[in-house]
Ligand binder design. Sequence first.
Ligand code: ZN
Length: 278
Amino acid sequence: MRDFSRGIEWLSINQATTRAQWSLEQAIAGYARQDVRGIAIWRDKLAECGVKRAATALRAAGMTVTGLCRGGMFPAADQAGRQAAIDDNRRAIDEAVGVRAQCVVLVVGGLAQGSKDIAGARGQVRDGIAAILPYARAAGMPLAIEPLHPMYAADRACVNTMKQANDLCDELGEGLGIAVDVYHVWWDPELEREIRRAGKTRILAFHVCDWLVPTTDLLLDRGMMGDGIIDIPRIRGWVEDAGYDGFAEVEIFSANNWWKREPEEVVRVCAERHRSVV
Ligand code: ZN
């Protein structure tokens, strides 16, 4: 396992962590000022900036883009809705190529409006990924399914475990992998086995933050690494034993804490915790 206490060359920050404070260009500059070499980008922020301008700023800062957030959201109540999702995912792939992202992160979507059919939703997710995969392969852009904690199964992602993600990768094949986010998978009794099963080729990203006890908001109360109960080094050890040697990406949605702090402080604490508890 790599020794992160020595430095932050493997630290990436998902710009959601400072999304309330900084635009994309501000985030690139702000992270670079503290020697952070990786960033994950959100499409709404990218749209504000423009792909060309972002690519120039990223290149100037020497920044690796560890993921573009996000594609997915496949299930819909009708065919037109499903096709719209497929079209939007193709645009996400184009944008990811434009900023040289390492992958497009797929938050696959939950139940369609008015539906109670979660098996059907999972089928629509499989069909949606299958529909965009040839386009992604042709573009040379890997797709990373991010299994989300089951509390999001209704409205964000009905792929909730590494096992489900691995099964989809088995079925759909090359060009598809997984983003392992400790926040979503730390509780899973099959986690170690499924990380091993995923292996080096499938693990496309590794996201870190922490699970606070109590958690006061299902979406916007993620903790800084070290402030919660996730044994992050243990999970990183499993991921690295499987062959992963990329960035550890900090991704914190925190409406009442980290989004209210000075962004320079947020970046500084991310770097400190990366060295001490990741
Ligand atoms: Zn994540």
